[in-house]
Design a protein around this ligand. Structure first.
Ligand SMILES: O=C(O)CCC(=O)C(=O)O
Ligand SMILES: [Fe+2]
Length: 329
C-alpha cells in the first residue's frame, strides 16, 4: 500500500531516539521468510517505562473472580463496559479478556470503585498509560509527520487516546484455540503495543499479503492504523496484525491507541497521494467519529462484545469492506 520508500523512512527516521535496534531481531512466521518483508511497516520503541504486568495480572484475576467488582467498574461506562469477558462463554470470538480505558472513562470511575481496585493495580495501570502518553505520543506523532511530510499535529489537538489491557488467558471457552486476536487493522493514527515477553503478536508483510511475521515477545511495537494511512495520502501504511495463542500459555499486553480528533474529516492532508482514495474519502464525507463507530462494530463482533441488536447488521464485517470504503476498489 504505502510506498516502500516512505515505509523505510518511517523506520529509519523514527530510529534515533525511538527504535531499539540492538537486541531485538524480527523473525518471520514462515521459517525462511525475510524479516525485510516488513519494509519498515512497524517501528520498535524503547519505552521510558514498562507496563506493571504484575498489577495487570492481579487486576484481571480479581475482576474475573469477582463479578461484583467487575460490575462496579463496568457501571462507570455502561454503554460498553470496561472489563470485557465474552470469551468465557464464546469460543468462536477472540479468546482474550480486555480492560478498555481512556482518559475520559477514567474520570467516570467513582472514588469508591477506584479505591477498591487500587490494591489490585488499577492506579498503577492508569499512571503507566498517562506516563507513556506524556513521554512518547507527541514525539511519535511528530516523527510520523516528518516521514510523511505532513503536519499531523493540526488534527491531533485533543489527544484522542484509548488504553487497552489484554489477557490472552487459557481459561476461556475454547482453551485450545490459537485465535487470541483475529487479523485486523487498527482504526486510528498509531498504536503502541507493550508485551509481557510472551510471543504471539504477528504482523502481515505489507507487500506480501498472507505472510505473517512473528514479533519477539519482548518488543514494544509502534504500528499505524487506517487514519494515518488516509491522512498521509497512503505515505504511511496501515498494518494488519493478529495475536496467536499458545495453548496453556497466558499472555498479557498493554496497548495505547492514538487517533485524530473526533470531528476531523478523514481525507488526505495533501493533494499528492500515493494511492487513489474513494470519492467518499476525497469528498470529506467521512469523519473520525463516524469511522470509529463503523470500525468499532466490526471489532466488537470479532471480540464477541457486540450487543445482540447490533449483531445482525451485517455491514463492515471484514477488513476488505473497510478497504473498499477507503479506496473505493
Ligand atoms: O495484544 C496485542 O499484542 C495486540 C492487541 C491488538 O492488536 C488490539 O487490541 O488492537
Ligand atoms: Fe490491534
Amino acid at each position: 500500500m504505502a510506498s516502500p520508500i516512505a515505509a523505510q523512512a518511517f523506520r529509519q527516521r523514527l530510529a534515533p531516539n525511538l527504535i531499539k535496534t540492538s537486541k531485538t531481531t524480527l523473525t518471520s512466521a514462515k521459517s525462511h521468510a525475510n524479516p525485510e518483508l516488513l519494509h519498515g511497516a512497524i517501528a520498535l520503541l524503547n519505552p521510558t517505562v514498562q507496563p506493571p504486568f504484575k498489577a495487570i495480572r492481579h487486576l484481571f484475576d480479581h475482576l474475573r473472580a469477582n463479578p461484583t467488582a467487575a460490575s462496579a467498574l463496568n457501571n462507570a461506562y455502561p454503554k460498553r463496559g470496561i472489563f470485557k469477558s465474552a470469551a468465557i462463554k464464546n469460543g468462536i470470538a477472540d479468546q482474550k479478556f480486555t480492560i478498555d480505558l481512556s482518559p475520559a472513562r477514567d474520570s467516570l470511575i467513582s472514588e469508591a470503585t477506584r479505591a477498591s481496585l487500587a490494591s489490585y493495580g488499577l492506579n498503577d495501570v492508569i499512571s503507566f498509560f498517562n506516563n507513556t502518553a506524556e513521554n512518547h505520543v507527541s514525539t511519535i506523532l511528530s516523527q510520523l509527520g516528518k516521514v510523511s511530510s505532513i503536519d499531523l499535529s493540526q488534527v491531533h489537538k485533543d489527544l484522542n487516546m484509548n488504553f487497552r489491557l489484554c489477557d490472552y488467558n487459557p481459561l476461556t471457552a475454547n482453551p485450545t484455540s490459537s485465535n487470541g486476536c483475529g487479523e485486523h487493522t487498527d482504526y486510528g493514527t498509531f498504536s503502541i503495543i507493550f508485551q509481557d515477553g510472551t510471543p504471539g503478536l504477528e504482523i502481515e508483510a505489507p507487500h506480501a499479503p498472507g505472510t505473517w511475521i512473528e514479533i519477539p515477545g519482548d518488543a514494544t511495537v509502534v504500528l499505524a492504523g487506517w487514519c494515518a494511512f488516509i491522512l498521509t495520502g497512503g505515505r504511511v501504511c496501515a498494518v494488519r496484525h493478529r495475536v496467536r495463542r499458545i495453548p496453556g500459555v497466558r499472555r498479557l499486553s498493554a496497548v495505547l491507541f492514538v487517533a485524530p480528533d473526533l470531528e476531523v474529516k478523514l481525507k488526505p492532508l495533501t493533494e499528492f497521494t500515493n494511492v487513489e482514495f474513494s470519492k467518499e474519502i476525497i469528498g470529506g464525507e467521512v469523519n473520525v467519529s463516524w469511522f470509529k463507530d463503523v470500525m468499532g462494530k466490526r471489532w466488537r463482533r470479532r471480540e464477541g462484545n457486540l450487543e445482540v441488536a447490533e449483531r445482525d447488521e451485517g455491514i463492515f464485517s471484514q477488513d476488505d469492506e473497510i478497504r473498499r470504503l477507503v479506496l473505493g476498489a
